[in-house]
Design a protein around this ligand. Structure first.
Ligand code: GLA
Length: 382
């Protein structure tokens, strides 16, 4: 899986359709360094696109159909009529991404054109690394390559998000699609989710990102996720606002006791996480490792205590990484929560001691099997 490349996916297309594709496009997954559950609250996030992608090899057809084959689903196939009103497919999940993207592109006035497409990805699914967003953004690139139409990358991200919100059923924010579309090599992006402005923050040359999959399968993700979003909206409404971005931390703290306890904790996570994300961007830009470690560790504690989205095994994994780093590694859960991955940031020289600690301690402590991913901050799809 990890050895997938554009050339390999092109060969897989040929094996499946019997002729060569005209081109292959790709869109990356992402790791979020910090800024969790802040995007749909109009807050700040600091993700990086990673060197794991969804690839799509494609060739035009002379009708208005898409014929698709999905490598990651045992070469399952589906046919989509570009001019039909798209219906949700209850039996299989992956065609919904295609139908959702087609529907949203058509709504925005894109004409689209028929094509044969072979989809294959190596972003681990269900890991909190945005395999869904990478599929949506790769599909948008592929469909517009077929029709020769152009799209602004931020607009592409909004279309991908709308497909996920309306067709897949997760009420996600904009972070994953935006970083998959707009990521930059060797940089994280500080995104202000209120106005969608982005600022590249270069990674210090001798620092590395280590992602560890906890081996904990994410459960109840969409329902818990949508519930968190609602709780944040309830907290904002208490202050007469539609978004927590419009609420100051001091205002929230002054309302402790008046606001119900759950809404208070959810809002405290979001508002303190916004401040930590801005501090992390400064720390990364300045190469200030102690400052970055401090906010990553605080972010994890806040996700655990105030937002209640971590699991005991994930908490142990973060402890193991931070301990092994001995003041030279920051770590926290990354992504929507309830399982999935932990992200660590440390100087390259420290990474081997982090890996050794995970390998010797994590399974013994939790019974879960970790997977180590050495990721590089990479360019987005556009
Ligand atoms: C998922 C969503 C994002 C974001 C994160 C949590 O990845 O798709 O929009 O809300 O969870 O930070």
């Amino acid at each position: 899986m990890t050895t997938l490349s554009a050339a390999r996916v092109s060969e897989l297309f040929e094996a499946s359709f019997g002729f060569k594709p005209v081109t292959t496009v790709k869109a990356p997954g992402r790791v979020n360094i910090i800024g969790e559950h802040t995007d749909y609250n109009g807050g700040f996030v600091l993700p990086a696109a990673i060197n794991y992608n969804t690839f799509i090899a494609l060739a035009p057809r002379d009708d208005r159909q898409l014929h698709l084959v999905a490598y990651n689903f045992d070469n399952a196939s589906c046919v989509v009529d570009l001019d039909a009103v798209q219906q949700h497919d209850a039996a299989e999940s992956w065609p919904n991404y295609v139908r959702g993207v087609v529907q949203e592109l058509r709504k925005k006035g894109f004409t689209l054109a028929g094509g044969d497409l072979y989809i294959a990805g190596n972003v681990p699914a269900g890991a909190g690394l945005s395999s869904s967003a990478s599929l949506e953004i790769a599909l948008i690139r592929a469909l517009l390559a077929l029709s020769g139409e152009a799209v602004d990358p931020t607009e592409a991200a909004l279309i991908g998000q709308a497909a996920e919100n309306h067709f897949v059923g997760c009420n996600c924010g904009i972070m994953d699609q935006l970083i998959s579309a707009r990521g930059q090599e060797n940089s994280a992006l500080l995104i202000d989710c209120q106005d969608l402005s982005v600022r590249p923050v270069p990674m210090p040359a001798d620092w590395e990102i280590l992602i560890v999959h906890s081996g904990v399968k994410r459960g109840l993700v969409d329902s818990e996720y949508n519930q968190r979003r609602q709780q944040c909206e309830t907290a904002a409404a208490f202050f007469g606002q539609t978004s927590l971005r419009a609420v100051e931390l001091a205002q929230l703290l002054a309302a402790e006791g008046e606001l119900d306890e759950l809404s208070f904790r959810r809002a405290r996570h979001v508002l303190t996480e916004n401040a930590r994300t801005l501090a992390a961007a400064e720390a990364l830009a300045a190469g200030d490792l102690p400052a970055l470690i401090k906010v990553m560790v605080e972010s994890h504690a806040s996700m655990c205590d105030d937002f209640n989205i971590t699991t005991p095994a994930i908490d142990s994994l973060v402890d193991i990484l931070v301990e092994a780093g001995a003041g030279k590694a920051g770590a926290r859960m990354t992504g929507g929560g309830f399982g999935g991955c932990v992200v660590a940031v440390a100087p390259a020289a420290v990474i081997p001691q982090l890996i050794a600690a995970v390998e010797t301690k994590y399974q013994a402590r939790t019974g879960c099997i970790p997977t180590l991913i050495r990721a590089k901050a990479s360019a987005g799809a556009f």
